[in-house]
Design a protein around this ligand. Structure first.
Ligand code: ADP
Ligand code: G6P
Length: 484
């Protein structure tokens, strides 16, 4: 049943487009990452407003004009939150990307716990909340996205602004022992309890959250055992649930079936002389396990010389957070590894690893997915990982194999029909790849058909409906669905 929805107001750090300056002046660039991929079709479908940062600390009439043009085309309103360079530095690069991102992906040794980052994070959350308060009305449903903005409900309440608020965390929630390392853990978890609904990617994430909540706020009492539970805090309560995010399945599958895209996929295969293709697609991020993946390709060629000259590994990496040192170092590491493997194994007419460091037009990305025999998705940790779902949606022939990290949120849903691997185990991945490449077609088809069916049914529109239903329903009896 469709929830009786008021206007939807989505709030995230990033908008679906960002302003960037190049030699020819200011341009609107498509935002990258799973949040934008998932939320853009939602707003296009339902209308409403999307509030976020424009991607630059510059401002002016020219930039406002570009954003207005986008609003006219998109079918929903865009509202930008102006941020200064110091804001972006402390809140986005600092608190969000040097503290929460590594900590929540279980990589606490990469965290830089500067108190200045925390203070700027609070200041910027306050700025966002002021815009939300000004641009929304009490009838709207305010849907906050991701770890940059965990203090929105807290600040709205402290301003005396009453709104129905939901929060969805796109990244994992870490186990309590890791969350407890955060110097501001009590304030952060308390802020999360101020939302009316808090959503996670998996049941395990929700359990981790409840585990930390019990340690830090012992008065919390959990009621219910279904997809969504109620958490009583003494004088008030809120809901928490697992809502595995997804993609616009039909959009990917239909695009992969378009004659021009089928032709692109064919041209790609032909350029590689119809060798088997193993494909990796990621933002260039240290959580994605790209160096380990390249090492597993090296191991594959070393262990199974029968594959030399018969297989190509294509890694497409979209530039991300390039100002952060760790991301710069990772880029260098990957380039050196690619060079090493190619130096060791290539011969005239065959280069095993093809590495592209750029964002691709949508059609090209879909053509790569459609052409690949194996989708190799091996993050060290990931909230969901939409690439895994996109690969299956584009595999219209239904004969591809998804090799998937057991530490991606997607594994909780797709484990029965994907080939699960430990992303740290380069020999294990090499073995899995060898098996996948020689798997009989009937088996490949049986598994891929089930994966596609699962993703088709659990698409992004179903995700939105289930979240909003839980956010708006008066009683949880209206929300009987079990999660996966
Ligand atoms: P994350 O959100 O951490 O980036 P996801 O796998 O959930 O990881 O989402 C990544 C999104 O970015 C996907 O929708 C994918 O299609 C897109 N993407 C990744 N690499 C590229 C690329 N080189 N060009 C265009 N889009 C890309
Ligand atoms: C992940 C996060 C998103 C983020 C995206 C791209 O998907 O969950 O919140 O927008 O990565 O990262 P960026 O730092 O460029 O916004």
């Amino acid at each position: 049943m469709e929830p009786a929805l008021k206007r939807l107001v989505v709030v995230s750090n990033r908008l679906p487009v960002a302003l960037r300056k190049d030699e020819d002046g200011w341009k609107l660039k498509q935002g990258s990452g799973g949040l934008v991929t998932a939320m853009a079709p939602v707003l296009k479908n339902r209308g409403g407003m999307w509030i976020g940062w424009s991607g630059t600390s510059d401002s002016g009439a020219e930039l406002d004009g570009l954003m207005d043009d986008f609003t006219e085309e998109a079918g929903y309103e865009l509202c930008t939150v102006p941020l200064t360079e110091e804001d972006v530095d402390g809140y986005y690069y600092g608190f969000s990307n040097e503290i929460i991102w590594p900590l929540f992906h279980d990589l606490q040794s990469r965290c830089r716990f500067h108190p200045r980052y925390w203070r700027t994070y609070l200041d910027v959350n306050f700025k966002f909340a002021e815009v939300v308060a000004r641009r929304s009305s009490p009838e709207d449903y305010i849907w906050i996205q991701d770890y940059h903005l965990m203090h929105q409900a807290f600040f709205l309440k402290s301003m005396g602004v009453r709104r129905n608020t939901g929060f969805f965390l796109h990244i994992p929630f870490p186990p309590p022992d890791i969350f407890m390392k955060l110097p501001w853990r009590a304030k952060l978890i308390q802020a999360l309890t101020e939302f009316d609904l808090v959503g996670f990617q998996t049941v395990q994430d929700r359990r981790n959250f409840v585990g930390s909540l019990h340690r830090l706020m012992p008065e919390a009492r959990v009621e219910g055992r279904g997809a969504v539970v109620t958490i009583n805090m003494g004088n008030r309560s809120f809901r928490a649930g697992a809502f595995p995010i997804s993609i616009d399945y039909a959009q990917f599958s239909d695009m992969a079936a378009r004659p021009d895209v089928v032709q692109k996929a064919f041209d790609l295969k032909e350029a590689l002389r119809h060798r088997k293709i193993i494909l990796g697609v990621d933002r260039l991020d240290y959580t994605k396990g790209i160096p380990e993946r390249i090492r597993s390709i090296q191991t594959l060629l070393r262990r199974y010389p029968d594959l030399k000259g018969k297989v190509n590994f294509i890694q497409i990496a979209v530039p991300s957070r390039e100002e952060v040192d760790e991301y710069k170092e990772l880029r260098t590491e990957i380039e050196q590894l690619v060079g090493r493997v190619n130096g060791e194994y290539s011969f005239p007419g065959w280069v095993p690893v093809h590495y592209h460091y750029r964002s691709l037009p949508h059609e090209d990305l879909v053509a790569y997915y459609a052409a690949a025999d194996v989708g190799l998705v091996t993050p060290l940790r990931d909230g969901m990982n939409l690439v895994a779902k996109e690969y299956c949606a584009c595999n219209n022939k239904g004969d591809g194999v998804l090799v998937l990290s057991e530490f991606a949120g997607a594994a909780a849903q797709l484990q029965k029909h994907a080939y699960l691997v430990n992303p740290y185990d380069v020999e294990g991945i090499a073995k899995a790849l060898h098996r996948a490449l020689y798997w009989p077609i009937e088996e490949r088809k049986a598994h891929m058909t089930r994966l596609r069916e699962q993703i088709r049914r659990g698409n992004i529109f179903r995700w939105v409906d289930s979240f909003l239903r839980a956010g708006i329903a008066k009683s949880l009896d209206d929300f009987p669905e079990a999660d996966t």
